[in-house]
Ligand binder design. Structure first.
Ligand SMILES: [Zn+2]
Ligand SMILES: [Zn+2]
Length: 378
């Protein structure tokens, strides 16, 4: 089978037409398994799909990762490969990530111009931050002795094929907190015999606002947002119970731990002061994504060799990526690949009109191949 980039444009359109949500990527996985088997790769299946390609005698193993899941969004575009699944679409370009990695697998299996082993990772459920961890728990790193890992994400609004990355933190963490207040509800004309959790919760929310402004150093880039305040209060009934929910983003784990600790302290203080019960939880769904020096240097060198536009020290992204869990295991590099500046390629990710740019497929395949050649030289 000769290499033809149009094959991967067609594959991308087919994946776009048939999107599947996180941990439900069954048909997507079947297509990838069939393709990788067809080009002669060793294929392993678990929660995701893994293809292995070994050339030469080299002992080094690197991993290249694409994500497979779509989003619960109703597609509004009218092109001829719109989603066949009502209310589900590839609005984050993961269809393109898969097509580029499949293309790279074929190109590298034909060219065989490297020395070592490549593990092609097709991971499920990136959007909820659960897929990478699930693959790690299946023993991905032990089984394949991976020593370096790479991932691409398309970036709308940036020039087509522009490569941007940085050493250090590239994506933020996301933690969700939930605080339950149990006071005493009652008649709104007799607040002194009640424990009104709206008044108490308001005090708690204002204290939470002081964490970023007064406890973290200026420029930490951390964000704490209270997004929900739900109570059982009604007209003439003071609230006896309430739930406060919110979201925390940080650029390093020390700030994240500090914020969690301060939320606990504030909750304990409020509970003591008002003699009510306060229970809180803090769950980090995405840790910070930290790029290592060596793989990032290889990415920058590879992009330069292909004469692509390169931003070697871009600003860190405010969004989160579960590739972070892979970078926590071995040195890794997460890079952004410009999806173009023209509509619909410059709409934000997760927009109901979003579409991955087919012109990026060939660029992505060439970049993957170059990274492999530079990381596993002959
Ligand atoms: Zn997304
Ligand atoms: Zn994405």
């Amino acid at each position: 089978m000769n290499f033809d980039v149009n094959t991967f444009v067609k594959i991308r359109h087919d994946l776009h037409k048939n999107p599947e949500l996180g941990f439900c990527e069954d048909n997507t996985k079947k297509k990838i398994v069939k393709f990788l088997t067809g080009i002669g790769l060793e294929v392993h299946q678990g929660v995701g799909v893994i293809g292995v390609l070994k050339v030469g005698k080299g002992n080094k193993t690197i991993a290249l990762r694409a994500d497979m899941d779509a989003l619960p969004i109703k597609e509004k575009s009218i092109h001829d490969y719109v989603s066949n699944s009502v209310g589900i679409m590839h609005a984050c370009g993961h269809d393109g990530h898969m097509a580029m990695l499949m293309g790279a697998a074929q190109k590298l299996s034909l060219d065989r111009n490297f020395d070592g082993r490549i593990v092609f990772i097709f991971q499920p459920n990136e959007e909820h931050g659960l897929g990478a961890q699930a693959m790690i728990e299946e023993g991905l790193f032990e089984k394949f002795s991976i020593s370096e890992i790479y991932a691409f994400h398309n970036l709308p609004g940036s020039p087509l094929g522009e490569v941007s990355t940085r050493v250090g933190q590239i994506c933020s963490s996301e933690s969700l907190f939930e605080i339950e207040l149990n006071g005493i509800g009652g008649h709104s004309s007799m607040p002194h015999v009640c424990k009104d959790v709206i008044a108490i919760g308001s005090e708690l929310i204002m204290s939470l606002q002081t964490i970023i402004s007064r406890k973290l150093s200026p420029g930490s880039g951390a964000v704490l947002s209270v997004t929900e305040f739900i109570s059982d209060g009604q007209r003439n009934i003071l609230a006896g119970s309430a739930v406060i929910k919110g979201d925390v983003r940080t650029k390093n784990s020390a700030d994240r731990d500090l914020i969690e600790n301060l939320i606990d302290k504030i909750c304990q203080g409020i509970a003591t002061e008002h003699e009510i019960e306060v229970n809180q939880s803090f769950n980090t769904e995405f840790i910070e994504t930290i790029n290592a020096q060596v793989p990032t240097d290889i990415v920058i060198q590879s992009a330069n060799e292909l004469a692509l536009d390169v931003l070697p020290d871009r600003e860190a992204m405010s969004f989160s990526e579960d590739f972070a869990h892979f970078c926590n295991q071995v040195p890794g590099c997460f890079l952004l690949l410009g999806n173009g500046e023209n509509s619909p390629n410059n709409l934000p990710l997760h927009s109901s009109y979003y579409d991955f740019n087919d012109e990026l497929i060939n660029i992505g395949i060439l970049l993957w191949a170059k990274i492999v050649i530079n990381s596993l030289p002959k």
